[in-house]
Every structure is written in structure tokens, then in C-alpha cells.
Design a protein around this ligand. Structure first.
Ligand SMILES: CC(C)(COP(=O)(O)OP(=O)(O)OC[C@H]1O[C@@H](n2cnc3c(N)ncnc32)[C@H](O)[C@@H]1OP(=O)(O)O)[C@@H](O)C(=O)NCCC(=O)NCCS
Length: 206
């Protein structure tokens, strides 16, 4: 009886995944959910309104991964849930190491970050692009570099950005106001991208 139920669930899951895959051709909101469905089916705990783009995780240990609501994981992030390096060198004298990775609510992981096992990243934190995260990051922490160091607080960064926006006329940057991912569930529209281009071509001039 249990086997039959598992088979039905397997078919339903396959059906859902096919629908999600096809839906990306008429609605781009789902492109991220195909990945998410996969990590969930492997046992990772993934909250609501999370955005994931092509995450790399050691699949067989996915149950050690926990991502809280509204977190954003940018393209190319690599989460390492175990370390068999010494075991591969010296065998059973050196057992394989495992550790959970937890990513807190609304935290942002920049492109191509690597997060090693045992790391706990708090809520509303920011991990810089290309960071190698080997130690915990507190709530609202800004961590970057290789190995990543906590260098600030996201609330301070927010204040600093206000200044950058005010001074944008004399800077190489332009800013576009859009809602957070969990409110929009869509990647930037073509019109929004065009708005950014216009600002550049008109003001910055290339
Ligand atoms: C971490 C981050 C938010 C910092 O932004 P910021 O404070 O505006 O950064 P600044 O350009 O003012 O640089 C501040 C300092 O941090 C350093 N720095 C910036 N980003 C860094 C990064 N990813 N790794 C290491 N150092 C970094 C700069 O070299 C500079 O150092 P200095 O003070 O010694 O000169 C940003 O650089 C980043 O990595 N964002 C994620 C981008 C991303 O992955 N987007 C995905 C697509 S949405």
C-alpha cells in the first residue's frame, strides 16, 4: 500500500515539475521554483518566498540545508554540506565531516559565494559576491572576501546607499526602485530594464 502511495506521489511530483518547467515560457515567475522544488524533494528545508538561481549543493546531504523565508541566493552559489578531504587522504583515521548550513530570513547571498559546512548565517545579512564563508555571520552582518570577514551591518549599508542615490548624478551608477522579490515574484520586466538603459544612455552617456 505504501509503495503505491509513493508511486502516486512520485508521478504527481513529476507532473508538477513538468508544469513548472513549461510555465517559465509564459510566466517567468516560476523559473526559480523549478530548482526549489528539487532541493525540497531532496529534503532541504526551504521557507516561503525564497529566490534561488542555479544553486550548487551536495545533493545527497541536502537535508542538512535550511533556508529561511524571503532569502535570496544569487546565481552560482555553492553550498558545501560535507568535507571528505582528509578522509580521502588518510582513510578511516580521518572521518568525513558534516555540518548544517542555515541561511536566515531575508538574507542575500551574492553571486558565486561558497558557503562551507557548519556555517550559520543570520537574518537580513548580506554576503558579498565571490565570498568564501567559513564562519558564522550574525543577523544584519555584511560579510565579504576570501575567507569572508564581517565588515559591517546591512542597516548601515542602507543608509550609505541613500547618500549614493543622492549623489548619483556625479557617479557612474544609476538606481531603479522596485519591490522586494517576495512582493513581486517576478524577475525585472523588460520595461524596467529599458528604464535603466535610458538613464545610462541619457545621463552617463555610453
Ligand atoms: C558586498 C557589497 C554589497 C558591497 O557593496 P558596497 O559597500 O557598495 O561596496 P563598495 O564598492 O563601496 O566597496 C567597499 C569596499 O568593499 C570591497 N568590496 C566590495 N565588494 C566586495 C566583494 N564582493 N568582495 C570583497 N571585497 C568587496 C571594495 O573593494 C571596497 O574595499 P576598500 O574600502 O578597501 O576600497 C557588493 O560589493 C556585493 O558584492 N554585492 C552583491 C552583488 C551580487 O552578487 N549581485 C548578484 C546579482 S543581483
Amino acid at each position: 500500500m505504501r509503495k503505491l502511495w509513493e508511486k502516486i506521489r512520485w508521478i504527481m511530483r513529476g507532473f508538477k515539475r513538468t508544469l513548472l518547467f513549461l510555465s517559465q515560457f509564459w510566466d517567468d515567475r516560476y523559473y526559480t521554483e523549478v530548482d526549489m522544488d528539487r532541493w525540497r524533494s531532496l529534503g532541504a528545508k526551504i521557507g516561503k518566498d525564497v529566490q534561488i538561481q542555479h544553486l550548487k549543493v551536495d545533493e545527497r546531504f541536502a537535508r542538512l540545508l535550511e533556508i529561511d523565508d524571503e532569502a535570496n541566493i544569487a546565481e552560482g552559489t555553492n553550498i558545501v554540506l560535507h568535507d571528505s578531504s582528509l578522509n580521502n587522504l588518510f582513510g578511516e583515521d580521518c572521518p568525513v565531516k558534516f555540518g548544517k548550513v542555515k541561511i536566515g530570513k531575508a538574507t542575500y547571498i551574492g553571486r558565486n559565494a561558497i558557503i562551507l559546512c557548519g556555517v550559520n548565517i543570520g537574518k537580513y545579512a548580506l554576503i558579498g559576491a565571490g565570498a568564501l564563508v567559513v564562519t558564522d555571520v550574525p543577523d544584519y552582518g555584511v560579510a565579504m572576501g576570501v575567507p569572508a570577514k564581517v565588515v559591517g551591518d546591512t542597516r548601515e549599508l542602507k543608509e550609505r546607499q541613500k547618500q549614493q542615490i543622492e549623489e548619483q548624478e556625479s557617479s557612474p551608477y544609476r538606481f531603479l526602485r522596485i519591490k522586494r522579490w517576495h512582493e513581486r515574484h517576478k524577475i525585472m520586466t523588460n520595461d524596467e530594464v529599458e528604464e535603466v538603459y535610458q538613464a545610462f544612455f541619457k545621463d552617463v552617456g555610453w
